[in-house]
Design a protein around this ligand. Structure first.
Ligand code: PRX
Length: 652
């Protein structure tokens, strides 16, 4: 852990302010009996089983959990269909005409889909997929902007048992190709383009480029979001317009009965190598996990309007825009644009426009709003809000307090929710009617979750001591494997401490048992809430013909949490200049996407390495953050570091 994070940590653990829920909130909360923790701890299987009964099953399970470390099966023998649970059953109830999705598009556009409408649209797409030969088990890649058809596509896949693999629309063609090939997808669903701050992102053109090297893809379905301005080229025999294929399809479709352990989706995330991992989630346990946590953590009520601002291309959108809320029959707001377009108070006007009651966003967004000033939220009433949430990275107490004061008007509990793509569902978070929160702490593991902070040997550390966050019991929405690479699953998550899940996060627990997350302990960066591996960016850099070697680190960044710094050595005879810096940044964008664009690139004559030739990232981080040099005794040539430091200070 770095010196500065140690310092801010002791400040954190001194954080004495606590914020208990108001008596009124507590009384009305769905979870307001503290006994829930003990009950779940005593008999977790009984706890999860009683939650699972809130879903509709075609065939009941015979066994709640089969646990052959590290292979879990939940609700063994049970059969259900995710879309039936998220849509059909509501469409056949009093919720038929309730808004399922309220979509706020780029200025001027909006659309509401009731559960009844959603059922028909989903069925049409499901039938269209079937008519293209997509059958249970076939993978469908989805590469779209935040439009309602994205949700329809997910639910259409789930209806016929075809696992989806959503690739964030900000990823490059090359990143898309890699993910399509790893999942061996049969069909891609995309849009002609996406709107971003008034301009067009040509998604279909990226798909065309990706598809030059994807042998498994047979068809592409294209949503006409932009129209002529997108200039999407359609390849006869391969590409079809969404409105054509769904227009011709029936709006009735029987739900495919799925085994609880059948795959629901694969979602790629960054690990500690250059190759993204396909995280596999299955049907039964995942839906039980996300519906239960959505209900308790967000205290969802029948009449609530709930808004999670994530992109569905990430796990937060999967679990808490789509599957969790819809399983609970909630109204979920979906927003297409950015927080600053057309104005920097866009989020606050959307909250007032729809009377949003529950708002869930990322600390990086909150820090951005802080910079923009309090006048912007002050122009709006925000009086509908009753609960706030954060996710994706540690929230600094200043941002927490700002969120509480200027958005929640000190009236709304804040749930800081810790989880991962791999965990599928929230694992550490306050229960808003029960937990007194402390700014900066995700508080306690949820009922049924056993988390601990351990040292390198796996022994629990005492209050206030830093260590690694691990999970000691399985939970329903846990990943089941890495797609096509079960060995990596075992190696990555279950080998450091046999039988115990290693999260990759550093953490401390205070004397009250509150968890304080400290960020990743591996080579994964968290840039504006996006997870990026240092190796991915390094591979993209060395792929450029001018680059000899590259070392990439995440450095502290005031707004984004972490920024990306790259130290690069060039090949003989290549001139180091700003033009090349920009070219390299662009090269990374082309290989991965704009989220991985390095904030700064430093040309150096050599990189600091240990005697066994390992690049010393810790030292580079210290240099990038302007700290005193760490221990350099293992360095092959300590002078390299001193030179780098001088140069960085000059350039930085
Ligand atoms: O480091 C933790 C951080 O985000 C990582 C997981 O990233 P990803 O799989 O992309 O999922 C993000 C959304 C669930 C974790 O290993 N992280 C996530 N939530 C928090 C957090 N760190 C601190 N506090 C959180 N609330």
């Amino acid at each position: 852990m770095s010196a500065s994070s140690e310092k801010s940590l002791s400040a954190l653990l001194d954080e004495r302010r606590t914020f208990p829920p108001s008596e009124d909130f507590r009384r009305r909360a769905g979870a307001n009996d503290p006994g829930i923790y003990d009950r779940a701890l005593q008999d977790p299987e009984a706890f999860w089983s009683s939650e699972a009964k809130k879903l509709d099953w075609f065939t009941p399970w015979q066994k709640v959990l089969e646990w052959n470390v590290p292979w879990a099966k939940w609700f063994v023998g049970g059969k259900l269909n995710i879309t039936y649970n998220c849509v059909d059953r509501h469409a056949r109830s009093a919720r038929r005409n309730k808004a399922a999705i309220i979509w706020e598009g780029e200025p001027g556009d909006s659309r509401v889909l009731t559960y009844g409408m959603l059922e028909r649209e989903v069925n049409r797409l499901a039938n269209a997929l079937r008519s293209l030969g997509v059958a249970k088990g076939d993978r469908v890649a989805i590469y779209m902007g935040m439009v309602p058809e994205l949700v329809i596509a997910m639910l259409g896949c789930a209806k016929i048992g075809a696992p989806h693999s959503i690739v964030f629309g900000g990823f490059s063609a090359e990143a898309l190709r890699e993910r399509i090939n790893d999942a061996k997808a049969k069909v891609v669903v995309t849009c002609d383009g996406a709107w971003r701050r008034g301009s067009v992102v040509p998604l279909k053109a990226s798909v065309d480029e990706a598809l030059r090297g994807t042998p498994t893809i047979q068809n592409v379905i294209v949503v006409r979001r932009i129209g002529d301005a997108a200039k999407a080229a359609m390849q006869a025999g391969r590409d079809a317009w969404w409105h054509d294929v769904t227009g011709a399809a029936s709006d009735k479709c029987a739900a495919e009965p799925m085994d609880a352990e059948d795959m629901l989706f694969v979602l790629y995330t960054s690990g500690t190598t250059g190759k993204p991992k396909g995280i596999v989630h299955t049907s039964g346990g995942y839906l039980v996990g996300v519906s239960t946590t959505h209900r308790y953590v967000f205290d969802i009520k029948e009449e609530d309007v709930y808004w999670c601002t994530a992109d569905i291309g990430w796990v937060t959108g999967h679990s808490y825009i789509v599957y969790g809320p819809l399983a609970n029959g909630a109204t979920s707001v979906m927003y297409e644009g950015t927080p600053d377009y057309p104005d920097r108070d866009r989020f606050w006007s959307v909250i007032d426009k729809y009377g949003v009651n529950i708002f869930y966003t990322a600390p990086t967004a909150i820090r951005t709003f802080m910079r923009w000033g309090t006048e912007l939220p002050a122009r709006h009433s925000l009086s509908s809000l009753r609960l706030l949430g954060t996710v994706g990275e540690p929230i600094n107490p200043e941002a927490w307090i700002w969120y509480n004061d200027y958005i929640g008007h000190r009236r709304c509990p804040i749930v800081d929710t810790w989880w991962q793509t791999e965990t599928g569902m929230i694992l550490i978070s306050p229960l808003p009617g029960l937990t007194a929160t402390k700014p900066g702490s995700a508080t306690r593991p949820l009922p049924g979750i056993v988390a601990e902070v351990v040292d390198a040997k796996g022994d629990a550390v005492g209050p206030g001591a830093g260590g690694y966050l691990v999970l000691k019991r399985p939970w329903p929405a846990m990943m089941r494997t890495i797609y096509g690479d079960p060995d990596r699953y075992v190696q990555q998550y279950w080998s450091r401490y046999p039988g115990i899940y290693f999260t990759g996060d550093g953490c401390k627990v205070d004397k009250d048992g509150y968890f304080w997350l400290l960020g990743r302990v591996d080579d994964v960066m968290n840039v504006a809430g996006h997870r990026i591996s240092t190796y991915e960016v390094e591979s993209a850099l060395v792929d450029h013909s001018s680059v000899a070697e590259a070392a990439v680190i995440g450095r502290t960044h005031e707004v984004k949490g972490q920024g990306i710094s790259a130290f690069v050595t060039l090949k003989e005879g290549v001139a180091a200049d700003d033009g090349l810096k920009n070219e390299l940044k662009q090269h990374v964008v082309g290989k991965i996407g704009a989220i991985a664009r390095p904030d700064d690139i430093f040309f150096v004559s050599e990189l600091p390495k240990t005697r066994s030739a390992k690049i010393m990232r810790r030292l580079l981080r210290d240099i990038a953050e302007g700290r005193i040099l760490g221990d350099t005794t293992t360095l092959a040539d300590p002078a390299v570091v001193a030179r780098l430091k001088t140069q960085y200070q000059e350039e930085g």
